[in-house]
Design a binder for this molecule. Sequence first.
Ligand code: F6P
Length: 343
Amino acid sequence: MERIGVLTGGGDCPGLNSVIRAVVRKSLLEGYAVVGIKNGWKGLVENDTMLLDVNAVSGILPRGGTILGTSRTNPYKKEGDPEKVKDSFKKMELYALVAVGGEDTLGVASKLAQDGIPNIVGVPKTIDNDLSATDYTFGFDTALNIATECIDRLHTTAESHHRIIVAEVMGRHAGWIAIEAGIAGGADVVLIPEIPIDLEEVCNIIKKRHARGKTFSIVVVAEGAQFKDKGLVTQEQKLDSFGHVRLGGIGEALANEIEKRTGYETRVSVFGHIQRGGTPTAFDRVLGTRFGVKAVELIKNKKFGRMVALQGIKIIDVPLSDAVKALKTVDMELYDIAKVFFG
Ligand code: F6P
């Protein structure tokens, strides 16, 4: 029986277990056995696996996180690790590998596909929705719905206290969560990484709302948004193994500036990892399931070095390298729609 390995890498997100379950169920139907590789690429470096049979994936569909665990281990950052990955691949007697991840995990998959492990297929995951070649990544819809509910909750308390509340959302260098949660939650200003923050403009919008009798405002800011003159706000200057700085803190900085410049009492609420936790929405469960089944079909048809993707309403496949070519940032048409409701 040929063996398929599956791993989940990078930040976790709701829907990962839907993919794992789908990979296992479809593989067993097609006559493959499945090996679960623990903690992303780390599991291949350390030869750390778990058995994935039908019982192992029973009941996991509504569960957040990943039963395989995850890590941000990048084998290309440490000498000798790519060789360890290739050795483990042989030791595990794998025929093919399904790598479920975002830009970083799929970047490694793309490299490995050209560097000794050709039988790889990718599945796009991230709450940030910033991967090219797919309209949506699973995990995004859940994060968006959580952020929207949080904004709804901020509205009532902001209104009672006549306050400005700045809501800081995740998304890294793309403003997808901010813009869509901002539209869905009726934010009064939405600030995204794609457009530098003009503080004067933000304060004018808030003052105009006050002038028409609205004594509260909700400002949604993406963690990767930057002030026109000051650049990114980061938590510390340490980089993770993929070379990313940890974002976070723009909400606090923005709230201070707004309070100082307008004189209105301002608070900040950082949604943080709440956006990544818990049960996936039906949309993410269905998308994850479709991606997982399609990944096994690609293996069956020997279509390696490819990534499954959603385009329109169809699940298609694209070269792995396409997914990581460029960051997918917010469409300015969507931003213009959000802007109609500013103020
Ligand atoms: O990429 C997903 C994401 O949640 C980003 O939105 C965020 O910047 C980052 O991961 C947070 O990473 P960590 O879980 O390592 O704090």
